[in-house]
Write a new protein. Structure first.
Length: 460
């Protein structure tokens, strides 16, 4: 299973989904850059989410708040005091780890260091007794002097901006309960043990909704959001078999939460969190009202009653969404030989194993590839004209390098649902071949009907 992770990391680099960050300078540990295909994939996820949860719903509005906020926000939210992980240090190699993320197998009477070095595992004893809380907030200074009064924090979540802007939304939109505020954007955490590719990084993106409700209806809306998150995962192409909805028991939940569900996924490196859903009561609004001195109460227009709404918070990690989408899409198949595909053109350069990223069509970074069979100018001309027309409607790629078989393989590996091939017959019959990623079936389509044929196939 670990092998699958290596395959994904290497495909991501080879094809231009995700590169190690600052690579020419030897990298920056656990930082990653999204390449040409990765940015398309990630944007598709963010746009589909926005369409589904903001544009298609009359009860949710979006915001895009400043990343650096007044430090008092983080005092009121409790992050400055409590947003920490327990840290333990190895006596021998002095590496540091998150005490609550250590594998059971490392606990063997004493806790062994999981550090690995060139000459093998460290195996030294971790000083659990001296475990201390390590705050995950990343700091910087605003302005030219680096003194305490200029400290600001990179936000560790997008959520607080929704609470801070709650009053603005009430005053400008006059929404009626229940209603939500949504946001997507970067968050930063000084994680003790980042790793597993884009699973845990210090800079990542979130998509979050604060859904405000009357207290009495929290159970109904909790179920509603659980259902919405399940449907989203299905849409993303994630198999139910690998998902676990873990109800966090009393005592492990935040004190203000009556119910929290961690949505966990069986990654190749273990079952871990993908998304989260929490009922947060009125904890955040109450704290911000107290700390800011501003009245954050909602007025019921029928009864004139003023109160603080409660909140359900569904939260999605963007990078973990990209990771599970890639893990689920990855397929290795025995490619049928040209002889087995009677009547179809031979795919030159085809190898026995075909790697295909079977992304849902809406998610595929490139929707259509346009390939002239050869570099002959008369074919290139027709193919370039087709590319120009289609790229007005779909994300397309034009490719005339290498053999046609290798080009098909590239498109399979990047998950392109449809490939248009222009061959010599096209010059005569004004038709091209449309190849389906999943079935590898090839059909002839008239050039003039191509856009609508592609449209139909992308919808199906
Ligand atoms: P974990 O237990 O894995 O540290 P968390 O419970 O701290 O996660 P939340 O605070 O609930 O995570 O954050 C919401 C979502 O943001 C997570 O479900 C996850 O998808 C994403 N996320 C959190 N931390 C990271 C990170 N360091 N790198 C990438 N994504 C992250």
């Amino acid at each position: 299973m670990e092998d699958l992770m290596q395959k994904i990391v290497s495909l991501a680099k080879r094809r231009g989904f995700i590169f190690p960050g600052s690579e020419i300078y030897g990298g920056l540990a656990n930082s990653w850059d999204y390449g040409p295909l990765g940015v398309e994939l990630k944007n598709n996820i963010k746009q589909e989410w926005w369409k589904r949860f903001v544009h298609s719903r009359a009860d949710i509005v979006g915001i895009d708040a400043a990343l650096l906020m007044n430090p008092e926000v983080w005092g009121a939210s409790g992050h400055l005091k409590n947003f920490s992980d327990p840290l333990v240090e190895c006596k021998k190699c002095h590496n540091r780890f998150r005490a609550d993320a250590l594998d059971e197998s490392q606990v063997d009477g004493r806790v062994k260091c999981p550090g690995i070095f060139k000459n093998g595992p460290c195996g030294g004893e971790l000083k659990l007794s001296e475990s201390k809380q390590f705050n995950l907030m990343l700091k910087t200074f605003l302005g030219p002097t680096e003194d305490a009064s200029n400290i600001v924090y990179f936000r560790p979540e997008t959520a607080q901006a929704m609470f801070v802007n709650f009053k603005n939304i009430l005053d400008t939109n006059h929404p009626k309960l229940p209603f939500g505020i949504a946001q997507q954007g970067k968050a930063f955490r000084n994680e003790i043990t980042p790793g597993n590719f884009i699973f845990r990084t210090r800079e990542f993106e979130q998509m979050e909704i604060e859904y405000f409700i009357p207290e009495a209806q929290w159970e109904k809306y909790f179920e509603h959001w659980l259902g919405q998150m399940k449907q989203w995962l299905k849409h993303l192409g994630v198999s139910d078999k690998k998902l676990h909805y873990v109800d966090i028991p009393d005592g492990e939940r935040a004190h203000y939460s009556k119910r929290t569900v961690d949505i966990e996924y069986e990654y190749p490196f273990g079952q871990k969190e993908l998304y989260g859903l929490a009922y947060r009561g009125d904890f955040d609004l109450k704290n911000h009202m107290e700390a800011s001195g501003q009245d954050m109460r909602y007025t019921d227009t029928e009864t004139n009653e003023k109160f603080l709404p409660h909140v359900i918070e569904p939260t999605w990690g963007v990078d973990r969404s990209v990771l599970v989408a890639m893990l689920e899409a990855y397929h290795e198949e025995q490619a049928p030989t040209a002889a087995a595909r009677k009547g179809e053109p031979k795919e030159e350069g085809e190898s026995a194993t075909r790697v295909v990223m079977k992304f849902p069509k809406w998610l595929a970074p490139v929707k259509v590839a346009v390939l002239p069979l050869s570099k002959k100018p008369e074919l290139s001309k027709v193919a370039k004209d087709i590319f120009e027309t289609l790229s007005k409607e779909f994300v397309c790629e034009y490719d005339e390098t290498q053999s046609i078989g290798k080009r098909y393989r590239r498109q399979d590996e990047i998950g392109t649902p449809l490939v248009v091939t222009v061959d010599f017959e096209s010059l005569e019959d004004k038709k091209v071949t449309l190849r389906d990623r999943d079935t590898m079936k090839q059909e002839r389509s008239k050039i003039k009907d191509l856009a609508s044929a592609i449209h139909d196939r992308l919808q199906s």
